[in-house]
Design a protein around this ligand. Structure first.
Ligand code: FAD
Length: 460
């Protein structure tokens, strides 16, 4: 097989998939405002990476075999669209799970590797479908009023399984080819039907995807970031979907269910931290630019806030570097990042994010949400007055400053900004999950020994 061009990717979506948005079924994704930008971005990514030849494949199918390769992958990932990022993360998570379960489940590990080659050979895009509807949070899957609120196996056949359930908040599902389905959490004995991992093509009979998107419905210059960077989030309904044996990676082995969830969490949080580094630097840049435009960059409390933002961005970067520097090889020679540093860095970056946004809003001023639109700025009659009163000094004209305010609003205080605030907290399984994993991998014995030393109590 060969790599796809952007045009071939767009044509590949005309495959009978069932996609809904704004109360309608969408037949032509490229003609709908919720999908147009995403499709442009993904198609451009296909064209950028495209190389001819049967053996050509994109860098997003690389498996890091050293710490340097892992670092390079994370640097490249920042330039990819979201569905290309989820392809890399989702497949690396599957391979991580394969490496961890291989000693007891050689056949599942073989199927995962074969699936990885299939996606690579066909240049497919995958999404990570792990989060279930979950019903009553205090009840286990088997104790729910409705057993379908955690995705489950409803039929086992000689040639495969039939699954039912829903996967919520699945980024880019409608514009991808494959759903990488994993259990949302550890399943206990008795919950075998919910211990299911598999791969499902988006156009499989029984799959329906309902979409939301923060994208502005019109691509206007008042939304300089979100009009150019947005992806749909999918509410994926799995209505008795048949999965052939070759695409089943877990079907009842409860002891491995957490392995899949943790493997996905690791890669999702690593990618999230890599993005957070860039987001942290962007917040610093916006704060410094607007302070300079307002003439407040030398005021002491403004300088202190920007210094705090610099320390935040630098510590997130340090956590990412440590996650890579402490990566360990699997028996296959694949390098996986450090669980402890990945989870600690992601938690720190996510938990402190809203405080950094607060600093930016504090520094910027009210025009972040009240600056007139660019169309008003271009109006023959009122435009000159807006430019006059938005101007601050020599070198800072009204349009420049207004555009900065629009960028800050769009990036941190409007639909995209709200999406980003919530996403920081919830993506990668939420803060609680990151605390759990960090705790599990922290060298507690060493810390206790230090505590005993201070207390002057012998260790044993
Ligand atoms: C924009 C966005 C994109 C996302 N993309 C993806 C994706 O591509 N694929 C994917 O699979 N998922 C994705 N997610 C889902 C994300 O992982 C979840 O939102 C997250 O795991 C929280 O689950 P929830 O939203 O169901 O909230 P809940 O599980 O209801 O959690 C809400 C709060 O309650 C707490 N809580 C819930 N149950 C318990 C309990 N039993 N004990 C203690 N505390 C509890 C949680 O810790 C959290 O603080 C995405 C989320 C967002 C916002």
């Amino acid at each position: 097989m060969a790599m796809m061009t952007g045009g071939e990717y767009l044509a590949s979506l005309d495959d009978g998939r069932r996609v809904f948005a704004d109360g309608q079924e969408i037949k032509d994704l490229s003609a709908h405002p919720q999908f147009a930008t995403a499709l442009d971005l993904i198609a451009a990514g296909y064209d950028e990476h495209h190389r001819p030849g049967e053996d050509a494949c994109g860098p997003y199918f690389a498996i890091p075999r050293s710490r340097d390769e892992l670092k390079r992958l994370l640097e490249e990932l920042l330039h990819w669209d979201m569905v290309t990022v989820t392809t890399s993360q989702g497949l690396l998570a599957l391979l991580t799970a394969a490496a961890r379960i291989r000693p007891s489940s050689e056949e599942y590990a073989r199927r995962i590797e074969a699936y990885f080659e299939y996606c690579k050979d066909n240049d497919l895009r995958c999404v990570q479908a792990i989060t279930d509807a979950k019903g009553d949070r205090m009840r286990s899957p088997g104790a729910q009023d409705d057993p379908d609120v955690y995705t489950r196996i409803v039929e086992r056949r000689p040639d495969g399984i039939v699954v039912r359930g829903a996967k919520l908040h699945i980024s880019s599902a409608a514009v991808s080819h494959e759903l990488v389905v994993m259990p949302t959490k550890k399943m206990k004995p008795g919950e075998e039907d919910w211990a299911v991992a598999c791969a499902i093509p988006v156009n499989s009979p029984g799959v329906r995807i309902v979409n939301t998107n923060y994208a502005p419905r019109e691509r206007t210059p008042d939304f300089p970031h979100s009009s150019r960077h947005n992806m749909p989030e999918g509410f994926v309904i799995l209505d008795d979907v048949f999965v052939p044996n070759e695409r089943v990676f877990l079907a009842g082995e409860t002891e491995h269910s957490a392995t899949f969830a943790h493997s996905l969490g690791l890669w999702e949080r690593l990618g999230g931290t890599a993005h957070l580094v860039e987001i942290g630097d962007t917040l610093v840049g916006l704060a410094q630019l607007i302070a300079e435009a307002n003439g407040t960059e030398r005021v002491s409390h403004i300088r202190e806030k920007i210094a705090e933002m610099i320390i935040y961005a630098t510590l997130v970067r340090a956590g990412l570097e440590a996650a890579i520097a402490n990566a360990e090889p699997s028996p296959e020679g694949w390098y996986f990042p450090s669980e402890l540093f990945t989870n600690a860095a992601k938690h720190f970056g996510a938990a402190e994010f809203s405080a950094m946004v607060r600093h930016l809003h504090d520094i910027g001023g009210g025009s972040i949400v009240t600056a007139p639109s660019i169309a008003d700025l271009e109006h023959e009659e009122i435009g000159p007055a807006i430019r006059k009163y938005m101007r601050t000094k020599e070198g800072v004209d009204g349009e420049y400053r207004t555009r900065l305010f629009h960028a800050i609003r769009d990036y941190t205080a409007d639909a995209f900004g709200g999406w980003q605030l919530v996403t920081m907290l919830q993506s990668g399984g939420g803060l609680y999950a990151q605390r759990l994993v960090a705790r599990k991998h922290y060298p507690m014995d060493k810390a206790k020994a230090l505590g005993l030393k201070v207390a002057g109590i012998p260790e044993n």
